[in-house]
Structures are given as C-alpha cells and as structure tokens.
Design a protein around this ligand. Sequence first.
Ligand SMILES: N[C@@H](CCC(=O)N[C@@H](CS)C(=O)NCC(=O)O)C(=O)O
Length: 206
Amino acid sequence: MTTLYYAVGACSLAPHIVLEWIGAPYDAVKVQYGSKELVAVNPTGAVPTLREDNGWLLTQCGAILDYLASKHPEAGLSGGDGLRNKAEAHRWSAFFTSDVHAAFWPIFMPSRYTTDTSEAARAAVVAAGQKLVAKQFRILDSHLDGRDYILDGGRSVIDAYSFPMTRWAAKLLPDGLKEYPNVQALHDRIAADPSVQKVLAREAGK
Ligand SMILES: N[C@@H](CCC(=O)N[C@@H](CS)C(=O)NCC(=O)O)C(=O)O
C-alpha cells in the first residue's frame, strides 16, 4: 500500500487530498517535521514523503502529485494528456513549488532570513514574505478569472496543490484572500469537497 507521511496543515495536505480523490487504499502517517520517525524515512526531515510497499521513496510535493496522477489515470487528475496540457501542469506545479511555497518561508521561519535577532528585523522579514506571496496571488487570481480550476483539463492535482497555500494565505496575509476573489472561490470550491473535508478532519484528529 502507498504510505504518505504528512504534517498537519503542511504542503503534504495536497497529496493527502489527491490520495483521497483517487480512492485506492493508502496509509497516512502523521509526523512532526524533523522527528526521528520521519528522518528514518526521509533524512531531510521534510514532508510530504511517499513510500511504496517495496520501500521506494519519493519526496518533493510536485513530483509526488505528478506520480500519483500518472499512476492512477482512471482518477482523471492530471489535467489532460496533450503535450500542452502536460506542459501547463508542469508550469503550475513549478509555480506552486518555487514561487508560492518559497514565498511563505520568510513568514513561517523569519529567523532563517536574517541574522538580526530583533523583533523589528523579524517583522520586516515577515512583511517582505507577505509582499512576495501577494505578488504570486495576483498572478494566480488573474489566471483564474473565468475558470473553475487551474488547468484546462478540469479538476487536477494542481488544484489540490493550491489548497494548503490558499489556506495559509487566508490566515497569514493581513487581508486574507480579500483582494483575490478568484483564488477565494477556488479555495472555497476545494474546501467544500467532501473528500477534502474528510482529510481535514483526519489531519485535525477528529
Ligand atoms: N521542496 C519541498 C519542500 C518541502 C517542505 O519544505 N515541506 C515543509 C512543510 S510545508 C517541511 O517539511 N518543512 C520542514 C522543515 O523545513 O524543516 C517540496 O516541495 O516537497
């Protein structure tokens, strides 16, 4: 069986949702970042980490999502099979990994981005992160104008990828998602999905 190692509310929420959408049996193991249990499986101590029965491991959220979509074509979560469909899926996966996720790091871990230990320096790094996230969300909001989902091929792993990040933004940007109505609509559409609610309840220990 496929096993997903996840941390509550982390980017691992995306493959957790995708496994639920796929509907095949899987194990979901809750871990803490850097815990002994996680480091034993993935020395970087990061989630998501995916493990197959024969011990094969896959890390990197975008790679895991692409793998799951390809492994389960019957679930129709790849966003389409054409050359340009695939290129668009890669484009948006890279956008979430490199542009959006990375923009949150100064907000989550400001101490990694300055050697100045003052409160003012911490606040300045957080504010810079919020500005970066806002830039990426303007791009996403404009792309989503007139669309229900990110890719042309309908609901896909990329929409699942957006979800942990739209949740973080709702909590961590000064005005939440107020300035991004199309992103808010996508967030709400995903949040209303019964499989997503099931996963959120499991992650919350309910
Ligand atoms: N590039 C990796 C980043 C994974 C990552 O940093 N995950 C976070 C949770 S959202 C984590 O495990 N952080 C622990 C740490 O940085 O110590 C990916 O996309 O999978």
